[in-house]
Write a protein that binds this ligand. Structure first.
Ligand code: URA
Length: 237
C-alpha cells in the first residue's frame, strides 16, 4: 500500500498531514527516509515517524443496503452520501467497491483494502454481480440470447462478457455480470431494445445482501475470504 495510506491506517493522522510528513522527510521505511508519499510499503516493512513504529489497523469490510436517491461518494453531491448510513470512525478512509447509480438500490461494499476491491472490480477476476432488473417491456427470447452472448454498448468496441439471465417474471429478470462498466446494466438492456425501470444489486460473489434498507454491518471473515476464492474460480458461462 502507499506510504501515506500506511500512515493513515496506523495513526489518527489524515491524508494531507501524512503527505506533508513524508515530504518533510520525517518518515522512514526500514531506517531510510522516503520523500515520496506514493512509495509502496508492506506490512513487514518497518515504518517509523521519529521514534514511533507504525502498525496498521486491520482492514475493514462493510456491507450496506443502499437506499434509493443516495450517492456512492464520500461526500454529499446533490444527494446524501451513503456514508451517512455507516457509523464508523474514519469513514473517509473507506471506498466503495463498485458504485451504484443514485436510482439503484441494494448491496454496496465498502473497504479500505485496495487489493480486496481489485478482486471484485477487475474484469479479469470475473467476480459475479447479481442484479434484479425491472424492465419497461417484457423480456424476449432474442434479448436473452443476445445478453448471454455479449452485447455491444454504445461507444464501446468490445462486446460485454456473456451474462446470465434468469427470468423472474415477464418484466423482471436476474442478471449476472462479471464486469462493472459505467451504467452497464442499463446500457445492456438498452442495447437489446428494452429499458431498465428499477435496479437492485443483491449479490457480489458469494456475499448476499441480508439487511433492511439503510442498514449496514461488517462482513464476516468467511465473507471477506470468499471474494478472493470466488473471483479466482472460472466463471461457468
Ligand atoms: N449498472 C447500472 O446501469 N447501474 C448501476 O447502478 C449498476 C450497474
Amino acid at each position: 500500500m502507499r506510504l501515506d495510506k500506511f500512515i493513515c491506517k496506523s495513526t489518527d493522522i489524515i491524508r494531507p498531514e501524512a503527505i506533508i510528513l513524508v515530504r518533510e522527510g520525517q518518515v522512514r521505511v526500514d531506517g531510510k527516509v522516503f520523500k515520496n508519499e506514493a512509495t509502496q510499503v508492506h506490512e513487514n516493512n518497518c515504518v517509523t515517524i521519529g521514534a514511533r513504529v507504525l502498525t496498521p489497523r486491520p482492514s475493514r469490510y462493510i456491507m450496506l443496503h443502499k437506499p434509493l436517491n443516495t450517492i456512492c461518494s464520500n461526500v454529499d453531491e446533490g444527494y446524501p452520501s451513503i456514508f451517512r448510513y455507516i457509523e464508523v470512525d474514519r469513514a473517509f478512509d473507506l471506498h466503495v467497491v463498485g458504485r451504484l447509480d443514485v436510482d439503484t438500490t441494494g448491496l454496496v461494499l465498502a473497504t479500505d483494502d485496495g487489493r480486496w476491491s481489485y478482486d471484485i472490480i477487475h474484469p479479469k477476476k470475473q467476480c459475479e454481480k447479481v442484479y434484479r432488473v425491472g424492465l419497461r417491456d417484457p423480456i424476449s427470447a432474442e434479448a436473452i440470447f443476445k445478453l448471454e452472448k455479449g452485447v455491444q454498448l454504445q461507444g464501446v468496441e468490445s462486446l460485454t462478457r456473456p451474462a446470465k439471465v434468469e427470468i423472474v417474471s415477464e418484466k423482471n429478470v436476474l442478471l449476472t455480470i462479471t464486469e462493472g462498466r459505467f451504467h452497464q446494466v442499463k446500457r445492456m438492456l438498452r442495447a437489446v431494445g428494452n429499458r431498465v425501470v428499477n435496479l437492485h444489486r443483491q449479490q457480489i460473489g458469494d456475499v448476499a445482501l441480508d439487511l433492511e434498507i439503510g442498514q449496514w454491518r461488517h462482513l464476516t471473515p468467511e465473507e471477506v475470504a470468499s471474494i478472493s476464492n470466488t473471483s479466482r474460480r472460472t466463471s461457468p458461462y
